[in-house]
Design a protein around this ligand. Structure first.
Ligand code: UT7
Length: 324
């Protein structure tokens, strides 16, 4: 038993922030950002109408329409977000309410930073394989723009906002094969501390802002080492050849990371689709948004073999082998 992806949806905010726009905020240039990251622009959400709890509903409605299902039949919703506008209730219950899903549906969120959607996907697959769910909505939504440090040119140029969702349906087939890895001791190279809300606002030490911190070089080294390694290990563990793979769907963090991974795996770069040029790094939303785009433009077709791989804060990283 496996969960087949039968529907995909995504949402990108209307407002576009180009590299030239960024050059008016921090000391940078379109040339530098393009060369070092491949990013030309990113979308920034409107605080009133495009919060994660609003974007995720738009993506979920599109995924449900694409799947052609009645939302009442969904029996589990798992959402991922690290930059949600609500601490609770969860994004999953926000979707549950907006789509008027039955009360027999379980809802919870997972937090695993950029790999969050893949963690949610693997959780959903485990529910399906164990017979505990048949129709699952897996969502990722991020408003990174609320959390990045807009004075730090080494990080703010990377991120963008958006949401993506997939509907998984239980059916006969090869089970979801994956590896997940973590290195908590390397957590210091990418973290975001939450704002303190003290009993008294004039208390000493009150900052009132989140604190985003990234050592870009370290994260880059980690990604170009661990992502190719976990993909090779996945192929060895589940006995398939990388030559069979139609697409390597990698977390869209930096085009150079994706290019380096293709090179290390000795695979043609054409098999590594990218939309980072116009989305930037949308954290947990990046993979479902890319899948949706590939389905819409006809690149993604039934029966294709895919590797999905993500990485990010934790540090955590993963790779999945699925037949679409
Ligand atoms: O989802 C996971 C999230 N995080 C990541 O994926 C981050 C992975 N890391 C990266 O993508 C890259 O490390 C960055 C794009 C963040 C930085 O690129 P880099 O090639 O590693 O540059 P660097 O940090 O080594 O900096 C090189 C130079 C420095 O100047 P000096 O010391 O050589 O004079 C930086 O100060 O580039 C400078 N620099 C910039 N210059 C213009 C750093 N950021 C900028 C900028 N514009 N935005």
């Amino acid at each position: 038993m496996t969960g087949k992806i039968i529907g995909l949806g995504s949402y990108l905010p209307d407002k576009i922030l180009t590299n030239d726009d960024l050059a008016g905020i921090v000391e940078t240039s379109d040339e530098w950002i393009t060369e070092r990251t491949g990013i030309k622009q990113r979308h920034i959400s409107d605080h009133n109408t495009e919060r994660p709890s609003q974007m995720v509903v738009k993506a979920a409605l599109e995924a449900v329409a694409d799947a052609g299902i009645d939302p009442k039949d969904i029996d589990l919703i798992v959402s991922a977000s690290t930059t949600s506008d609500v601490l609770f209730p969860t994004l999953s219950t926000t979707i549950h309410k907006a789509l008027d899903v039955s009360e027999d549906c379980g809802c919870f969120d997972v937090n695993s930073a950029c790999p969050g959607w893949v963690a949610a996907f693997n959780t959903a697959q485990s529910f399906i394989e164990s017979g505990n769910a048949k129709l699952v909505l897996v969502a990722g939504a991020e408003c990174t723009s609320n959390y990045v440090d807009w004075e730090d040119r080494g990080s703010c140029i990377l991120f963008g906002d958006g949401a993506g969702c997939a509907v998984l349906q239980a059916c006969e087939g090869k089970k979801n094969e994956f590896l997940m890895r973590s290195s908590g001791k390397r957590s210091g190279c990418l973290f975001c501390e939450n704002a303190r809300q003290p009993y008294r606002k004039d208390e000493e030490g009150f900052e009132g802002l989140t604190h985003f911190n990234m050592n870009g070089r370290e994260v880059f080294k980690f990604a170009v080492t661990e992502v190719p390694a976990i993909i090779k290990d996945l192929a060895a563990r589940y006995n398939f050849s990388l030559d069979e793979i139609d697409y390597f769907i990698l977390h869209q963090a930096n085009a150079r990371i994706i290019e380096a991974t293709a090179k290390k795996l000795k695979m043609p770069i054409e098999r590594f689709p990218m939309n980072i040029q116009y989305t930037g790094n949308t954290s947990s939303a990046s993979i479902p948004m890319l899948l949706k785009e590939m389905k819409s433009d006809g690149r993604l077709v039934r029966g294709q073999k895919l590797i999905i791989a993500s990485f990010g804060a934790g540090l955590t990283w993963d790779a999945n082998y699925i037949i679409y």
